[in-house]
Design a protein around this ligand. Sequence first.
Ligand SMILES: [Fe+2]
Length: 250
Amino acid sequence: MGIFKKIFGRKKQELLEPIDISVLEVDMHSHLIPGIDDGAQTMEQTLELLQEFSNLGYRKVITTPHTMSDYYKNNPQIILAGLADVKKALKEKEIKIELEAASEYNLDADFEGLIDRKELLTFGANYLLFELPFFQEPPMLDSIIWKLQTSDYKPVLAHVERYPFWFKDWERILDVKARGVLFQLNINSLTGHYGAEVRLVAEKLIDHNLVDFVATDCHNINHIGVTKQALKYPYLHKVIKEGKLLNNQL
Ligand SMILES: [Fe+2]
């Protein structure tokens, strides 16, 4: 079946009662340190978003500002200083949520040096969140995966469903998985927020039981609204009910 038939020929999905997302316990991909990437820009926005996470029932948020050699030149010192400021503000405002920070590393020219120098923020059992550039698969992807693994990191690929160069290359997605990379899926992908093709890949990943973590990838209050919608989508219910997600172990 062609992709257009798949997208436009499908029956409208019945939406369900919103699922209780508190079973996940932990969100491990978001951009909530104010002013250091394209996420929250002010402490006020940060606190509003964290209050929303608390209202949704999350016990803990592990926020992951971008580290990118060109746009967001973050490092552990910058991120951890921002984390300390946010934790202080959370306490003052009496917002009840645990907060940690790691980073979402872009696989760019500087990344290999960060691995060599061990300048990487991880979460849980040495999980390392990384993303790929959106325009093409980097030629060094396999060697970087190997380097991370032999350096005792557990690589987690962010929003696997969002890379256009893999929309029609399912075999490559399986190959990356077979190399031992853990897969994170954006909850908001299931609503079509990033487009119909992203949604199809997200659903296929769930159908094939390939998802290890789901996350909001929240940048702003609009993303929270989409996540609340996503709670009604059958595929979110399906991936949570499979019981294979690792979020609540963090
Ligand atoms: Fe992100």
